[in-house]
Design a binder for this molecule. Sequence first.
Ligand code: ZN
Ligand code: ZN
Length: 135
Amino acid sequence: MPKLTGNCLCGNVSFVAEGDIVFQANCHCTDCQQTSGSPFATLVFMKEKDVKITGELKSFSHSVDSGNTLRKDFCPNCGAQMFGGNEARPGSLNIKAGVINEKELIKPQFNVFAGSKIPCTVLDDSIPAYEGMPS
Ligand SMILES: [Zn+2]
Ligand SMILES: [Zn+2]
């Protein structure tokens, strides 16, 4: 069973996650681009109960085209984006791959929202790419 650890840039927020990774994906949606300030977000999905968080987070919730409300959790001190959730999937939490120490465990299985990727982003063609979110 993998164990993931990590912290934000200032160190006020840290976590230990112990449990199976449900799935991992690169998300090229506009929301991930805007919230991360990066061309895409690599998200590692785990069960919320398997992730123990220490420190104070601030959250921002927003609704998306599917009608769902998504939540982004970040460190209020340094602004690091750390976790996310979806109201429609209670009990599931995603960890932003960049805050995970165990880099060797980060292996995205597919690309989603490839239709809105930044043109210069090169997709790994050894994994599937979906225009949107596969259902
Ligand atoms: Zn911080
Ligand atoms: Zn996204």
